[in-house]
Design a protein around this ligand. Structure first.
Ligand code: AMP
Length: 147
């Protein structure tokens, strides 16, 4: 069986992301793979980001979202023992950035959730779907249930 060497976890910081995180971490441990994490701040700022509720409306949203995302990513990295070199905080389209970072860093497995903020009903056109169609490497979509 193929041994994965570099696993990239795509995290959106919604409540379900712990299941995706645990799966990615377990796989990285099993394969003794290099383990990276990516979060992408949408270039069109949205109020319903996983951490959006903490942000007052009258601020420069992009700057504030980046700062908040950096904090979240830092905390997660500390928890998972991931070093700065393996952290990717990007801005733009989540699917485009996840695919780009994976290609540029010889990632051979991307782990993400089967849905995030868009929900199951809108799975077509979602980040998971976009990454699945455009990535050069394997993609694991961890099945997330709403119940
Ligand atoms: P969605 O397309 O929003 O349904 O999200 C599907 C999965 O893609 C999520 O469970 C995350 O693993 C990943 N994902 C979505 N948005 C982002 C993002 N902004 N940054 C990193 N990963 C994301």
């Amino acid at each position: 069986m193929k041994n994965y060497e570099h696993i990239l976890l795509a995290v959106d910081f919604f409540e379900h992301c712990e299941a995706v995180t645990n799966r990615a971490r377990d796989l990285a441990t099993t394969y003794q793979a290099n383990f990276s994490i990516i979060h992408v701040v949408d270039s069109v700022p949205i109020i319903d980001a996983g951490y959006g509720a903490d942000i007052p409306f009258n601020m420069d949203l992009t700057t504030e979202l980046m700062a908040e995302a950096k904090k979240r990513l830092g905390k997660l990295a500390q928890k998972l023992d991931v070093t700065e070199d393996n952290l990717w905080l990007e801005m733009g389209s989540p699917k485009t950035e996840i695919v780009r970072v994976a290609k540029e860093n010889k990632v051979d497995l991307i782990v993400l959730g089967s849905h995030g903020r868009h929900g199951l009903a809108l799975i077509l056109g979602s980040t998971a779907n976009g990454v699945l169609h455009h990535a050069d490497c394997d993609v694991l979509a961890v099945r997330l249930r709403d119940d």
